[in-house]
Design a protein around this ligand. Structure first.
Ligand SMILES: [Zn+2]
Length: 269
């Protein structure tokens, strides 16, 4: 299983760039959590610097990230200071960092965003200038999607655009480790749905979803949306039996037990 980390910039007392009624820390939080969601629905592991609006000092981030031992790190930001298009900053000393930056660039290109710069920056000592790039052991990329203080802000000011950015970054990160991207289907349009009850059930849930060509959603998300959900069949991984009641009228398959991977395999034969 691959391990990823999303370092969503700023937060709490540090708003980052603010312009045109946009606050960078809020965009970074929303995009960061969405990336994590996409990575996890592919059965991979993803840590995040902040899951809420809290202050996390820049100098405490590299230690936190290194302790998690991720394979790849993306630091999400937005730009300011006049300009147009995305910036991607990579490490001069790590080939994989440039590879990941190029993958993200090609996904951003597909969204129609202009390329501003893809670059590395060195300090006076000849090492990478930015702490997240220099001090994090894993290959990392700083991704700044748009300038908030110019008309470029129109590229990121709506939720569906922020969803697209998250999707682009998650796809690039997964594919960098050889994991095939599976498009997420809208919950209420799915014929079949796999619901993962807990973190320990992701592997079995992913296997099941892969075989059924459908998506995995977390129990919490399902709970929030179940009244609108119209799926005909539910595959519950590791959850309690009372899910039958929650989804009355639909076929419900429980995949439980101590070895859920094998249970999933048998049930899917
Ligand atoms: Zn920033």
């Amino acid at each position: 299983m691959a391990r990823f980390w999303i370092d969503n910039g700023h937060g709490g007392a540090d708003p980052g760039a603010t312009a045109n009624n946009l606050v960078e820390k809020d965009i970074n939080l929303y995009v960061g959590l969405k990336i994590k969601h996409h990575i996890e629905r592919h059965g991979q592991i993803c840590g995040i610097t902040r899951a809420g609006d809290i202050t996390v000092p820049l100098n405490s981030r590299p230690g936190m990230i290194n302790a998690f031992r991720p394979d790849y790190v993306v630091s999400t930001h937005q730009n300011a200071g006049g300009g147009d298009g995305y910036d991607l900053i990579y490490s001069k000393s790590k080939t994989a960092s440039l590879e990941l930056a190029n993958r993200i660039a090609s996904e951003f290109d597909k969204l129609g965003q202009n390329k501003h710069r893809i670059f590395y920056r060195l300090g006076e000592d000849g090492r990478d200038y930015y702490a997240i790039i220099r001090m994090v052991n894993a290959p990392s990329v700083i991704a700044e999607y748009a300038f908030l203080d110019t008309k470029d802000s129109k590229q990121i000011d709506e939720k569906h655009e922020q969803d697209d950015v998250a999707r682009a970054i998650a796809k690039a990160m997964l594919e960098q480790t050889g994991i095939r991207w599976i498009e997420e289907l809208e919950g209420d349009m799915m014929e079949r749905l796999v619901i993962s009850y807990g973190d320990g059930d992701w592997a079995a849930a992913t296997l099941t979803a892969y075989k059924l060509q459908c998506s995995v959603i977390l129990r919490e998300i399902f709970e929030a949306h179940r009244n609108e959900n119209k799926s005909k069949a539910y595959y519950i991984i590791g959850g309690p039996e009372d899910y039958d009641v929650l989804v009355a009228g639909a076929d419900v398959y429980h995949l439980t037990g101590p070895d859920r991977i094998n249970t999933a395999r048998k049930a899917l034969k």
